[in-house]
Unconditional design. Sequence first.
Length: 180
Amino acid sequence: MNAIAKRSTRLSTGTSGTVLLACERRAASISARYTPEEDACIRKALGIIGLRMKNGPVFSSPEEIGTFLMLKASEIDHEVFWVLFTDAHCRLITMEAMFRGTLTQTSVYPREVVKRALELNAESVILAHNHPSGDAMPSRSDERLTQVIKTALSLVDVRVLDHVIVAGDTYASMAVKGLL
């Protein structure tokens, strides 16, 4: 059982658990190419998780968001910077891929993150991006960017709850590492 499948089963209950368990049995490795049937299974699981995220508070742990992001970003071969906008009850308003980069870097504009947070009336955000290199550890550049965005958002009373970095079947939470 791969790491994503193990973490995915923690998110599952009821009939949606059947979908995630099917994904667990079908996914041989995060680095393997998926069959069309496996891709359909993953898309269905993401849809279910997305609905749960939209219908209630789900950000009770970094593991929940880390697992969701691993499912979403594990096969992307370039850097993407997402912002998950949440309301006052930590419910997802929307998740947006705000910036796209190359294999090793992405240009992120804090002004655009602030502007979008205000448009959505978000109370808080979770920042996320992937490292196609396979190393989930935050770089010094990641730490500086997080502080710049955190400072910019604090001016308009929007909190940064976490910055999650995904690399294949692993992730790092900057909040857990004490880097926020």
